[in-house]
Design a protein around this ligand. Structure first.
Ligand code: ADP
Length: 486
């Protein structure tokens, strides 16, 4: 549409280094593709490792001034960024829909959620406090305070192009850190547009730098090998997170790692089944299933298993598949061909091991990389999707008999990001808070993400927390001073 082309024309396509938009030093660009059509949307600068080090130069040069900027001033810049993101909500939403695929309604929801990190951390910037006290021996006074860790490398994925950027940039800036953002190469446009809003909000040159690149490993390695960098915050797959943790060891960098998930979704006999189905629709089909918080394994207690599967299947059959800009669409395309192939492979594996297809089950013919919203029942032990993240619109249901068995199945994974459980028994709900081994629990709800809460996982799902009162501490070092008693 003309609105779409005008918007695409307005997105900066260079690297943001030291407050200036530049071409990549080698002059290279790469294409951004609309997964719903396969068409090229724009071309953006393809940074070399040397460009990324230039971005770190800018972040390092700006670090002291930004750290010394009054917390209220930092907070007010973030607050203006919140206002601007809210004001430009339709543009940000449309960009996410065309470069990532999610429906416009969900993209608007992401603007609300993503912008909230800017508002939340604008408020946290002025609440960084320490401690003052007498030591146990009575011989000295201890003063505990915090200071920004220094320049940070922020690496974000393609599935939430705005929120994953704001969730890192906002706490970093609130804490007084400068950053180099490396957005996912599949969805750079949202970050570039948002970076322009940050400049408009008053973020000084060098405080936020953005390098888009197809050489993510070269760029990350070059920046992380430079000892001016003090922190890396990453959201993405567990294998890449492990590579970055190893690289971070060389300069003993602070790290935050939001990695893969394999969320269990438990429905007990005493659950409100309609509420569980509504929660399942969100936990599984929101964002086309392409979320690290997506329900990956449904475990339903025997007594309600048939009812849950039938009601879920009926709802899934109502989901409209199409380009996210089309009216009424809720399931857009998967991000690329590889994602479609992976979903197809996991469904075929499940079926070959005895699962039944209640609805969907296959890719949709192109153009565009679509996969049918799918419900599988009768998943058997050993099925690959019990171990692997599906990252697509495929709900896989197994049954269990007792709470103990349900919990054991839920915890039988190397991951531990989020669990979902539906029960009307308060005592059972209380037990699940301790028995489910994940960083987050949705108890009778299918969505847990909120800027005011600490988002993050245990085990192979990562390290550190984003959001909440905890979020800012990922970007602060703790220092302690001892004074002798006078
Ligand atoms: P996903 O499955 O979401 O694409 P990835 O972990 O591959 O997950 O990608 C998440 C982010 O990590 C993207 O910005 C991507 O460019 C970046 N990335 C991928 N490989 C590396 C690497 N070796 N070093 C640094 N960043 C990487």
């Amino acid at each position: 549409s003309t609105r779409e082309s005008a918007l695409l024309e307005s997105v900066p396509t260079g690297l943001l280094i030291d407050g200036v938009w530049r071409d990549a030093s080698a002059g290279d660009t790469f294409a951004v593709i609309d997964p719903a059509t396969g068409r090229e949307l724009a071309r953006v600068a393809d940074a070399t490792p040397a460009d990324a080090v230039a971005a770190l130069d800018a972040a390092a040069a700006a670090a002291d001034d930004w750290a010394a900027t009054a917390p209220r001033v930092r907070g007010e810049i973030l607050r203006r960024a919140f206002d601007l993101a809210t004001e430009h909500r339709e543009d940000l939403a449309l960009l996410m829909t065309v470069e990532m695929g999610k429906s416009l309604a969900e993209a608007r929801g992401e603007v609300t959620y993503g912008a909230e990190f800017l508002r939340w951390f604008s408020e946290e910037a002025v609440r960084i406090s320490g401690r003052y006290g007498t030591n146990p021996e009575g011989t000295g006074t201890t003063i505990v305070s915090h200071r920004p860790v220094g320049p940070c490398l922020l690496i974000t994925p393609w599935n939430f192009p705005l929120a994953m950027a704001t969730r890192k940039i906002a706490p970093a800036l609130a804490a007084g850190c400068t950053v180099v953002l490396k957005p996912a190469e599949l969805t750079p446009l949202t970050s570039l547009y948002f970076a322009a809003l940050l400049i408009e909000a008053g973020v000084p040159a060098g405080v936020v730098n953005v390098v888009t690149t197809t050489d993510s490993s070269g760029v990350a390695s070059a920046v992380m090998a430079d000892d001016r960098l003090r922190k890396v915050s990453f959201t993405g797959s567990t294998p890449v997170g492990k590579i970055l943790l190893k690289q971070a060891a060389d300069n003993v960098l602070r790290t935050s790692m939001e990695l893969g998930g394999n969320a269990p979704f438990l429905v007990f006999d005493d659950a409100d089944v309609d509420a569980a189905v509504a929660g399942a629709m969100l936990a599984k089909f929101r964002n086309i299933g392409e979320a690290c918080t997506a329900a990956n394994r449904f475990f339903v207690q025997r007594g309600v298993a048939d009812e849950f599967a039938e009601k879920l299947t009926a709802k899934v059959r109502e989901l409209a598949v199409g380009r996210g800009t089309d009216e009424g669409v809720s399931i857009g395309p998967l991000i690329n061909d590889a994602a479609v192939a992976k979903n197809a492979e996991l469904v075929d594996d499940a079926v070959s091991r005895g699962a039944a297809v209640a609805t969907g089950g296959a890719a949709v013919d192109g153009p565009g990389t679509f996969f049918q919203p799918t419900v599988l029942t009768g998943i058997t032990p050993g099925t690959r999707l019990l171990r692997e993240e599906i990252f697509g619109p495929v709900a896989a249901i197994s049954t269990f008999e007792t709470e103990e068995e349900g919990v054991r199945l839920a915890n039988d994974t190397e991951f531990g990001l989020v669990s979902y459980a539906f029960t009307r028994d308060l005592a059972r709900g209380h037990r699940l808070i301790t028995s489910l081994r994940s960083g987050m629990l949705g108890l009778n709800t299918g969505v847990v993400s909120n800027a005011s809460a600490p988002f993050g996982g245990v085990k192979s799902s990562g390290l550190g927390r984003e959001g909440g009162a905890e979020g800012i501490h990922e970007y602060l070092d703790t220092t302690y001073t001892l004074l002798p008693a006078s």
